[in-house]
Design a protein around this ligand. Structure first.
Ligand code: AMP
Length: 213
């Protein structure tokens, strides 16, 4: 089973992708995390990637293609959940083609829908563990203390979760990603989910719509 999960920032796609990956043995291909790691590494493209992300823009399709091909090549054949990709139509065609070459399909595109106010609300209270990458929300999914994860790691706010970068990402999302949803819908692959409910309710709805129960 190969899935993609999309949604505006703060829609909970990372949390749901991780659960699906754990419960159905999928490789979670989280492009945002891979890019954040590249931005902090000694990769020759690090500075450019960092700047693009802090600006709330999308990194180039070429960079993305390299990342995806590399990760998929080393995957031993379990299914994949694309978390944060495709963000535009070029990327949508790209992942469908990469899978096709492996004799596979992109089965479904899960879309978690939330209003803009929810994005802004959730991102300003989002915290991530530096050690294990677990994601919390100070209000709806609180950590043991505001500074510490369950694993003991320090919690931090993402550097691109500033109001300006959030607004730009939302704009980018509306322009580039909405056409992907339209295309996936026309192909009968789109699974639309109300992302404003609790984490468990959203998860149950996804598994129900995908007939995974
Ligand atoms: P995310 O963690 O999914 O919110 O992604 C954080 C940032 O990483 C985005 O604002 C983009 O700059 C970059 N990024 C993540 N995934 C992609 C992608 N599929 N295409 C281009 N840029 C991406």
């Amino acid at each position: 089973m190969n899935l993609a999960i999309l949604g505006p920032q703060g829609s909970g796609k990372g949390t749901q992708a991780q659960r699906l990956a754990d419960n159905y043995q999928l490789l979670r291909l989280e492009t945002g995390k891979i890019l954040r790691e590249m931005a902090e590494s000694d990769n020759p493209d690090a500075e450019e990637i960092k700047k693009t992300m802090l600006d709330g823009k999308l990194v180039s399709d070429n960079t993305l293609q390299k990342i995806i091909e590399e990760r998929i090549e080393s995957n031993s054949g379990s299914g994949i959940i694309f978390d944060g990709t495709p963000r535009n139509l070029i990327q949508y065609e790209l992942i469908k083609n990469i899978l096709k070459k492996r004799g596979e399909n992109l089965d479904k595109v899960i879309y978690l829908e939330i209003p803009e106010e929810t994005t802004i609300e959730r991102l300003s209270t989002r915290r991530t563990c530096e050690r294990c990458n677990r994601i919390y929300n100070l209000h709806t999914n609180p950590p043991p203390t505001p500074e510490k994860c369950e694993c003991g790691g320090n919690l931090r706010q993402r550097s691109d979760d500033t109001p300006e970068a959030i607004a730009k990402r939302l704009n980018e999302y509306r322009q580039a990603t909405v056409p992907v949803l339209i295309s996936a819908k026309a192909e009968g692959k789109l699974v639309e989910i109300n992302g404003t409910k609790s984490i468990n309710e959203v998860y149950d709805e996804i598994t129900k719509m995908l007939n995974l129960n």
